[in-house]
Write a protein that binds this ligand. Structure first.
Ligand SMILES: [Ca+2]
Length: 337
């Protein structure tokens, strides 16, 4: 039985380590994998229009030493900031610290921030200050409800859209017809820091938020079957209309995710991929989806917990059965001799 106890504690330690590794994956950006050429951080050196700069900005954007203000709390402003280095990572995670604040009372503020991974950069337009239609991925932090029929959700509302350059963003419906998923989140006029993380890995798009000063990520969007090419640009933009807010970006940190791909995947030209989505619902609603896009995706916290529980139960059962069999054999052996 001593052997069993040693075995179980070692196994438990290994399992706990595995769980920690899985859980910590999205919450802590590993500094080793931070990609500085795609990150925007205080004091924002290398931001500007010189040929050597890694970030360029447009419109009402104001760069200070402690934040990048895309729009001030004034009417009819648009601003954006764009990474000038195209991203060739296949698997990545972007952590954005942002702040939306202003003097407008409830429902009297707008319009919000959009985060981008797109083919083109610095093309001003009507989608939160960026062009319409766009080609690539957008995450919208929409603070103003345009669609008065959509009362089933509260604002601010965070949503994702993947566009192959043919679909227009419908402001009147808050982009509902083209959204892939979303969640409501109190992101405005918070006293504490507010964060959002976008992860793209193996065709899975995950958006997590940390806006309640709990220092933990809350899942907002999680969908499989998303195809995005390499070679696009990261950016952020914001717009105000009749109503306004300060839309500030404090930092955008890009981390490379170490993920193995099959030789076929490695050999294909990822820059030729057309942005698309094969699953329009959350993977949770597509358990029987034949494409199996989400099956090989990372485990979520509760799944890991269940697996751990099953593993422990398995070990206990094996131990007990083993002990009983051992004892029976000993008894049988005694009888023979
Ligand atoms: Ca809106």
């Amino acid at each position: 039985m001593t052997t069993f106890r040693v075995f179980s504690s070692t196994t438990l330690a290994v399992l706990l380590l595995d769980v920690c590794l899985v859980c910590c994956d999205i919450t802590d950006g590993n500094a080793e994998h931070l990609k500085r050429e795609h990150s925007l951080m205080k004091p924002y050196q290398g931001v500007g229009s010189s040929p050597s700069s890694q970030w360029d900005f447009w419109g009402s954007t104001l760069v200070t030493s402690s934040y990048v203000r895309l729009t001030p709390d004034e009417r009819s402003k648009q601003g954006s900031i764009w990474n000038t280095v195209p991203c060739y990572l296949k698997d990545w995670e972007m952590h954005v610290q942002f702040k939306v604040h202003g003097s407008g009372k409830k429902n009297l503020h707008g319009d919000g921030i959009a985060l981008w991974y797109t083919k083109e950069k610095l093309h001003p337009g009507s989608v939160f200050g960026n062009q319409d239609p766009f080609l690539g991925l957008a995450i919208f932090l929409d603070t103003f409800r345009n669609d008065l029929h959509g009362m089933d959700r509260s604002f601010p509302y965070i949503s994702a859209m993947v566009n192959n350059g043919t679909v227009s963003y419908d402001h009147g419906k808050d982009g509902r017809s083209s959204e892939l998923g979303g969640c409501s989140a109190e992101i405005r006029n918070r006293e504490h820091d507010t964060y959002l993380a976008v992860r793209y890995s193996k065709g899975r798009l995950t958006v997590m938020i940390d806006v309640d000063d709990k220092n933990e990520w809350r899942e907002c969007i999680d969908i499989g079957g998303v195809r995005l090419p390499t070679g696009y640009y990261f950016g952020a933009s914001a717009a105000t209309g009749d109503l306004s807010d300060n839309h500030d970006i404090v930092s955008m940190k890009l981390y490379q995710l170490m993920v193995e791909h099959t030789p076929e995947e490695e050999n294909m030209d990822w820059s030729k991929i057309e942005p698309s989505v094969s699953l329009l619902k959350s993977p949770k609603d597509n358990i029987d989806d034949p494409t199996g896009n989400f099956r090989s995706t990372p485990l979520t916290g509760w799944k890991v917990f269940l697996l751990l529980l099953c593993a422990l139960l398995g070990i206990v059962v094996c131990g007990v059965v083993g002990a009983v069999v051992f004892q029976k054999r000993q008894e049988r052996n005694k009888r023979f001799y």
